[in-house]
Design a protein around this ligand. Structure first.
Ligand SMILES: [Zn+2]
Length: 276
């Protein structure tokens, strides 16, 4: 049987729940209409390959997770390439981060995942990576809040920058905490990016959008002619965003000064240019 191009029978079924094979043969819908644990394992492996293949992570960087049920998370292991994982390499932890199943040690950045699942009951999947352009912004102390592209405003609203916190310590979770409830994608200063959503695929897509938008923001900066959308246009896009998210499941709070820094910078350049 094939799912997402991966052969199901290749799964090491005995490893998934301390040897209980029943959990690996759950049909979709066995837990709240969601995918089975086996499908979640395959999805993490697939999106790990995409992260690595797209250059969003190097070496053993990055981590991914899925909420299996209210008490268990399926998470990538530490010290392993996200492009070369097998379904049986993944680790199941409880909501405190204690390992319940799996041979490997869980990602050292599990604290960040636990925080996001705790603050956002709507979130089912999380992706953390170090995509080079977006991480370049984060390492330059720049957020990606500028309303430069209409679809990014509708899809993600703003992409704020969290202050630096040492990876694997409570410092990092503390830096993210105020931003998690109202955003779905966050730049982490001098570190990388975390995205999350209603599915792992949704979280991964947001990571692609963040990196793609970072490229665009960089090009507008290189051209020296960034033209952020005006306040009225941004308001209309936020109205569309609220309509799309009318279920209230998606972060949709807007910082009042969205795009202001960039607009001011553009104005300053215009004034400087006119003086030449
Ligand atoms: Zn990291």
């Amino acid at each position: 049987m094939f799912q997402n191009g991966i052969h199901f029978t290749n799964l090491d079924a005995g490893l998934c729940c301390n040897g209980h094979k029943t959990c690996c043969t759950m049909t979709p819908g066995a837990w709240g209409g969601m995918a089975s644990e086996r499908q979640h394992r395959l999805a993490i492996v697939e999106f790990g390959r995409l992260l690595h293949g797209n250059g969003f992570v190097a070496a053993t960087d990055g981590n991914l997770s899925v909420r299996l049920d209210p008490h268990r998370l399926l998470v990538t292991p530490t010290y392993m390439s996200k492009g070369r994982m097998k379904p049986s390499d993944l680790v199941i932890v409880d909501t405190k981060g204690n390992r319940l199943a799996g041979k490997r040690n869980v990602s050292s950045e599990i604290g960040m995942h636990l925080l996001i699942y705790r603050l956002r009951p709507d979130v089912q999947g999380i992706v953390h990576a170090h995509p080079p352009t977006a991480t370049g912004f984060a390492a330059s102390g720049l957020d990606l809040n500028q309303p430069l592209v209409c679809e990014v405003v509708v899809g993600l609203g703003e992409i704020p920058l969290a202050r630096y916190g040492t990876p694997g310590t409570p410092e990092l979770a503390e830096a993210l905490e105020p931003l998690v409830p109202s955003h779905d994608a966050i730049l982490m200063a001098n570190h990388g990016v975390v995205t999350y959503g209603s599915t792992l695929e949704n979280a991964y897509m947001k990571m692609e959008t963040v990196e793609h938008f970072a490229h665009i923001a960089l090009v507008t900066h290189l051209l020296g002619r960034a033209q952020p959308l005006g306040e009225k246009e941004v308001e209309k896009l936020w109205a569309v965003r609220h309509r799309y998210n009318s279920g209230g499941k998606c972060a949709s709070t807007r910082t009042p000064d969205a795009g202001q820094d960039l607009r001011e910078e553009a104005e300053r350049k215009e004034i400087a240019g006119s003086r030449r």
